[in-house]
Design a protein around this ligand. Sequence first.
Ligand code: ZN
Length: 220
Amino acid sequence: MPPGHPPYSVASVGTVVVTRVESAAAGAPVAAPVEVRRSAKRRRTVSAYRDGARIIVLIPARFTAAEEQEWVKRMVARVDGSRARKRNGDAALSRRAADLSARHLAGAAVPVSVRWVATMRTRWASCTPADGTIRLSARLQEMPTWVQDYVLVHELAHLIEPGHGARFWRLVDSYPRTERARGYLDGVSAAADLPIADDLAGDTNPDADDTTNLGVADAS
Ligand SMILES: [Zn+2]
């Protein structure tokens, strides 16, 4: 090491003037290494993102130590929080799907993944039988559990029977609150003027069979 070499690293890439790693702020839900980058170009904006295991927080170079501490805490909580919420939500949803499959479909429906997705305008949920994935619209999170369970059973049944034919509805009707839940979803759809049909039309990908209407199963 040449004489006068600083005992700490100074990043020289772009506008980042100081790079250092600190442990996650106290109170953060998940402890992740945090790298703070000060940028001379930044005036007031603070941003953060996850890069592998660590969280990068970008702050203006002129921030005081107290401002840095405050903003690191806030941004780490934001980055970790949204990820943890999504992960916990999806894990709980997968457990419920497994439970419903066991109780109402003799365990025959085994999805590869079940997860929440951002609100879909024309669908409550979707199922891709080809790869075994099920997605539920975040809009359902505000609805009663028994309505969400109906939607899960509906999508799980598509893993056994992709179409909306008589065989499909026999499977779904093993869930005792099917008719009530369909009525509930119809009501929400009508009240909010949403273009979502009562049978979760278009919920299977691709080539959805939308020919049923008002619960009358088609013959296919
Ligand atoms: Zn369907």
